[in-house]
Design a protein around this ligand. Structure first.
Ligand code: ADP
Ligand code: MG
Length: 374
């Protein structure tokens, strides 16, 4: 089969890595021919994933197409779908998810628990919502890696809000942040990965360190799994979906957002689960049976991000020390240049004991640095 991926970043790169196990002819569309996935596919096509003609021409000879980023031309995907190309996630699901406003409305329409919200179209409108604070302001479209999210605690913070169409949602007193990867094939069969639990770096809002399976009660586990499956079922699309949820201080579960693709919160599955999220997506794209989501051992992920104050050609300090650790698996994304907070790679750790995961995660965070001397 001929399968295309829109976007050539690290997610596309890891997807192609897993694709090598199958008989498949791979295509990548991306503007930058030096992107992380470029040299791993059979056919690299230079082009703009947001442009109708580029996406349509890329997709029209393919059997199936998937994405590694949401900001793609959905109209072109819709036309491809109507001409018989299998598109996972579907254009309809992608349209809902692509915009945080339509995503929130979708939760509301389908009785999926989520934080209370209002929509604002300008800074003026936001200023009229003082009674709604403390809240979190999120750009409808165009935000990524935390850059489209602003905490608005009180009146003084309002000036830092967005003046474009955005969601203003109640600030939740978060006990835990959880992510669940759900796989669905075109027959509507499901496979659900155990929940992962996340810790964030307050400075960049990037995922800091994560453990899976999450440390939660059975009751919370069942609730989370039921909600994650319901959300994905309502999207009525095949594909891989990462559902981000909050467990609040009262143990209530709220859906935060969905990504309709392989996701950072599932990277541990490469070594930590029998079938990784990448392997699973190939099974779906190639119409093969779903894989086994069970964990082999508990796992942790540490993101490798660009060090503060360093911009330029990337140098990885402390790599030898990490590579000497037992059951630590290093993934570098092949990006030649670093900048503060840029995702450059990740390390997965496997261990029977959570204390060992946490100990090693902290050690890796302390010794492994991405710097630049130009
Ligand atoms: N309603 C909320 N209450 C409290 N914290 C929130 C809320 N919404 C988002 N956050 C925090 O901000 C982070 C980023 O928000 P998210 O909607 O996931 O945007 P992104 O697209 O950047 O991942 C979340 O992981 C969480 O830590
Ligand atoms: Mg998020």
């Amino acid at each position: 089969m001929k399968i295309g991926i829109l976007g050539g970043g690290q997610l596309g790169r890891m997807l192609l890595q897993a694709g090598i196990n199958y008989v498949v002819d791979t295509y990548v569309l991306e503007n930058d021919e030096h992107c992380p996935a470029a040299h791993l596919c059979h056919h690299f096509i230079k082009g703009n994933i947001q442009d109708f003609e580029s996406v349509y021409n890329f997709g029209k000879h393919l059997d199936a197409i998937t994405i590694e980023i949401e900001s793609v031309n959905v109209d072109a995907l819709e036309k491809l779908e109507s001409e018989g190309v299998r598109v996972y996630p579907s254009s309809a699901a992608l349209r809902i998810i692509k915009n945080k406003v339509t995503q929130k409305q979708f939760y509301q329409q389908n009785q999926i628990p989520t934080s209370e919200f209002v929509i604002t179209n300008s800074l003026e409108e936001l200023k009229n919502k003082i009674n709604f604070l403390p809240a979190v302001h999120k750009l409808g479209e165009g935000g990524y890696d935390g850059k489209g999210v602003q905490l608005i605690k009180d009146e003084q913070d309002i000036e830092s809000g967005f003046s474009q169409t955005s969601v203003l949602e109640k600030m939740i007193l978060i006990q835990k942040e959880i992510a669940v990867i759900v796989a669905v094939n075109e027959k509507g069969e499901f496979a659900v990965y155990p929940p992962a639990e996340m810790v964030f770096d307050a400075r960049y809002n990037l995922l800091d360190y994560q453990i899976s399976p999450a440390i939660i009660s059975k009751e919370v586990f069942w609730k989370i799994e039921a909600i994650a499956i319901k959300v994905v079922k309502e999207l009525k699309s095949a594909g891989i979906f990462a559902v981000e949820l909050f467990v609040d201080k009262k143990n209530d579960i709220l859906v935060n957002e969905i990504a309709p693709r392989v996701h950072n919160s599932g990277h541990h599955s490469i070594e930590g689960n029998y079938s990784s999220q990448f392997d699973m997506l190939w099974r779906i794209l190639l119409q093969l049976p779903l894989g086994n989501t069970a964990p082999i051992l508990p796992s942790a992920i540490v993101n490798i991000v660009g060090e503060d104050g360093h911009v330029g050609k990337a140098v990885y300090e402390g790599l030898d020390e990490v590579l000497k650790m037992n059951n630590a698996f290093v993934h570098l994304y092949g990006k030649t240049h670093t900048k503060p907070g840029r995702k450059m790679g990740h390390v997965t750790i496997l261990a029977n004991e959570y204390s060992e995961l946490s100990h090693k995660a902290h050690k890796i965070k302390n010794v492994l640095k991405v710097v630049s001397y130009q």
